[in-house]
Design a protein. Structure first.
Length: 491
């Protein structure tokens, strides 16, 4: 009998096994896959399950290989491709199955309707208690039979599945191996004996952990939408139970893998770009909005409407824009800007849609606002200001006509006041932040040296923005070129 191992040690063993044969894009992916493997052994303790969506832009990117590795680690694996609907729901209904479905692109690209049963299973099979109903029997003995379709599912294919499936999934985008990163060859007959002890340990862990997981109420990051939070909840519970660095690692993985604009449907993408187009303005003519949209590099609008808008033919694009916005209760109206009165949109029309459909990645909690997701840059912290200073700055002309940000401060009475922050002040704060890091001897020398070019660039920018009468040699002001040279000498 194997000696029981601590769960954190077991989780690291799972990660090591995965990384031997699969080239992941980042550590967040491998953390999510490892937690999902644990999850397959305690499905009876979960009310929902996230699908593991393995996708890539091209073939030979490691999707099928990952399914093969998962087959050796998950509980009760069933790997197949292009099944019929009845085969699928009858097998799942037997219980205790982990579905590993390959080549989902063949299913979702089918135009004959042959796979509608599978679509129904995937649309509902993420929640405990979900079933499909079919007629069974013959003649007078025919009756309606219920087939439960709740089970752990990993789906693999090229491209993206339909939104309804993607919305229930943890996205794992795999890419072909680079020349500098190679994994071991996967030869099943040699690898399988090494995976068997891991499965035994996972089963032992599950037997000891099931009751705790049934009663778990893990903390959910506010930045996750409801569907993603439902899927990740059992994984967060597992991570909390494992302990160590896993609670933080799990939540960071969730935010990164589901980060950015959560729901890239055409409508939500349009709302995002319109919000960018408005900026600080309250009104926009339709023609102005269209010109801004077609110039957006990350949108579809240039390809759709660009040629017409460039020629001044805005009637057709304006009609299509109105059609896209209609489901959100937004219609063009007559607006006045200066002496001009013409069709357009007001900012207030979009407020409800922006609040409902646009989500901004938020921190996991107030104590760790910027430490939970990798590749985030700390927001510069501005000097403290009194209430009178805030009031004066709101109307200040010093730098606020260049770039303005809105920084909300909390007063003693609990009131929130908006502070006008000039680009000069923001750049000043960034210079101070960089200088503090360069002066920090706890940071490796190589990392501090890499900050010097950025410090030089920000200092030059600060000199350009410096208001009249401001001395850069005062306390807290950006260093001069002489001080930059002194810093380089110190490093």
């Amino acid at each position: 009998m194997l000696t029981p191992v601590p769960p954190e040690e077991l989780s690291n063993e799972v990660i090591l096994f995965l990384s031997r044969f699969v080239s992941f894009s980042n550590d967040h992916q491998i953390a999510a896959v490892a937690l999902w493997i644990f999850h397959t052994y305690v499905m009876d303790a979960a009310e929902s399950t996230p699908y593991l969506q393995l996708h890539s832009a091209e073939k030979r990117s490691g999707k099928t290989r990952l399914l093969e590795v998962l087959e050796l680690l998950v509980n009760q694996p069933w790997r197949l491709a292009s099944p019929t609907g009845p085969v699928l729901f009858r097998r799942i209904a037997k219980g205790d199955t982990t579905l590993l479905l390959d080549e989902y692109d063949c299913i979702f690209n089918d135009k004959t309707g042959s796979y509608e049963d599978i679509r129904a299973i995937l649309n509902s099979g993420h929640r405990r208690g979900s079933s499909v109903f079919r007629c069974a029997g013959e003649g007078t003995k025919m009756d309606v039979k219920e087939y439960p379709v709740f089970c752990a599912k990993a789906l693999s294919g090229i491209g993206q599945p339909p939104d309804t499936v993607a919305d229930r999934s943890i996205p794992i985008e795999l890419k072909r191996q680079g020349t500098g990163k190679k994994v071991e060859r996967f030869i099943r007959r040699r690898v399988e004996p090494k995976a068997a002890p891991i499965r035994v340990k996972l089963k032992e862990w599950a037997d000891k952990s099931r009751d705790d997981l049934m009663n778990a109420e893990p903390k959910l990051p506010e930045a996750l939408n409801d569907r993603a939070a439902d899927g990740w909840e059992p994984l967060f519970a597992i991570a909390d139970l494992i302990g160590g660095e896993w609670p933080q690692k799990a939540r960071s993985a969730a935010l990164v893998l589901h980060g950015g604009r959560e729901d890239e449907s055409c409508g939500v993408l349009l709302l995002n770009h319109i919000k960018d187009a408005f900026g600080d303005m309250d009104k926009l003519f339709t023609a102005e909005l269209l010109m801004t949209l077609v110039a957006e590099e990350n949108g579809l609008w240039g390809a759709w409407w660009g040629s017409d808008v460039e020629l001044g033919k805005t009637k057709g694009p304006a009609s299509k824009l109105a059609r896209l916005l209609k489901p959100y209760g937004i219609k063009p109206k007559t607006v006045r800007v200066g002496d001009d009165t013409i069709k357009g949109y007001k900012r207030d029309q979009f407020k409800d849609a922006w609040e409902r459909y646009l989500t901004t990645p938020l921190p996991l909690d107030t104590e760790n606002r910027r430490n939970n997701v990798t590749a985030q840059v700390d927001t510069p912290v501005l000097p403290e200001q009194s209430k009178s200073e805030i009031t004066e700055n709101k109307g200040s002309e010093q730098g606020c006509d260049v770039v303005t940000l809105r920084n909300t401060k909390q007063t003693e009475q609990g009131e929130e006041l908006e502070v006008c922050v000039s680009e000069y002040e923001t750049t000043l704060a960034e210079v101070r932040r960089l200088q503090a890091k360069i002066d920090d001897e706890k940071i490796p020398l190589a990392e501090r040296e890499q900050l010097l070019p950025e410090l030089t660039r920000q200092s030059k920018r600060l000199s350009e923005l410096q208001p009249d009468g401001t001395d850069d040699t005062e306390a807290g002001k950006p260093p001069s070129e002489k001080k930059e040279q002194e810093t380089e000498t110190m490093i």
